[in-house]
Design a protein around this ligand. Structure first.
Ligand SMILES: [Zn+2]
Length: 91
């Protein structure tokens, strides 16, 4: 099996997708039609709201509720943008 280290360079190819909102490039593999940053801006208020309305929230629930990948939520938490209300330790 050959190494394919150059694969990611192919992002510059014609198959690139662009964020609907800001036009920046997004990975072909992304399930969303917006870049992560735009997605975050859009979803963040919803996430906050959801957390404030629900006592016991975790990443799985948020991901399921909002239809986003839980890695995005995880990043928010890691970046300190989100805190769960009840003790759910996130790291
Ligand atoms: Zn964008």
């Amino acid at each position: 099996m050959a190494h394919r280290n150059s694969d990611f360079l192919n992002d510059q190819g014609p198959l690139v997708r662009h964020c609907l909102k800001c036009g920046c490039r997004i990975p072909l593999s992304s399930p969303y039609d917006k870049c992560k940053e735009c997605l975050k801006k859009e979803l963040f208020p919803k996430v906050k709201e959801f957390i404030s309305e629900n006592e016991d929230v975790n990443e799985m629930m948020l991901a399921a509720e909002l239809g986003i990948d839980k890695t995005i939520i995880h990043e928010w938490v890691q970046e300190g943008h989100l805190e769960y209300r009840n003790n759910r330790p996130l790291l």
